[in-house]
Every structure is written in structure tokens, then in C-alpha cells.
Design a protein around this ligand. Structure first.
Ligand SMILES: [Zn+2]
Length: 114
């Protein structure tokens, strides 16, 4: 049986990110996007153990998607509002992860290993 990695009181553990697969501090996070198609609507969601940079990248990608594609339709209008606030809530919940110092391995200016 696979044991989950130990996590601190903020739900942060060090394991492979579900998005970029780098071993970094990660946290369980879920973002949602509504795509309004006037009479239909589509939903996309990303969830899992995400690292700091993937949380930011996913949050902004899904926020932009909601703002541009979300409003097209009556039901979609309300789903988009709910998803925008839910995503902001997820981002707020991930603050302990987002406050961690930048991972030097993720920075392009990091010196190469000796
Ligand atoms: Zn990642």
C-alpha cells in the first residue's frame, strides 16, 4: 500500500507535483473553469497536489478562461461567478504554500550544479 507523504499543519508536503512532476512543496488544490456555449455549458477542473508555480499558473489560466469564456449563457453566468469566487478561495487557502521562498531549482537564473 502506498503511504501518503507526511504533511505539515497547512497541508503542505514535499512530493511530486501532479502538474509539472517536479518534487517540491505541494498542496491539494482544485480550480474550476466554466465555458459558456449559450445553451450548453462545459466545465473543466484541475485538482491534485500542485506546487507553488503550478498553483499560480493554473489560477491565472482558469481565471482568464472564466472571464473570457464563462459568461455565455444564463446558467453559465452564475456558474462563472461561483467558480471565480471558489478559485479565489482555493488561492487564499493555498497562501501558506505561496508564501514559501521560491524554489531555486525552478528559477532559470539558478547557478548550474557543480
Ligand atoms: Zn508543479
Amino acid at each position: 500500500m502506498l503511504m501518503p507523504p507526511p504533511m505539515n499543519e497547512h497541508g503542505i508536503s514535499v512530493t511530486a507535483c501532479d502538474s509539472c512532476h517536479a518534487v517540491r512543496p505541494v498542496r491539494a488544490t482544485k480550480f474550476m473553469m466554466n465555458i459558456g456555449l449559450i445553451v450548453l455549458r462545459l466545465e473543466r477542473q484541475v485538482g491534485g497536489q500542485l506546487c507553488k508555480s503550478c498553483v499560480w499558473k493554473t489560477f491565472w489560466g482558469y481565471t482568464l478562461g472564466n472571464l473570457v469564456l464563462g459568461w455565455w449563457g444564463l446558467k453559465s453566468f452564475f456558474y462563472t461567478l461561483i467558480f471565480l469566487f471558489a478559485n479565489i478561495g482555493e488561492l487564499m487557502a493555498a497562501r501558506p504554500l505561496l508564501r514559501l521562498p521560491a524554489d531555486p531549482a525552478a528559477s532559470p537564473s539558478a547557478p548550474p550544479p557543480a
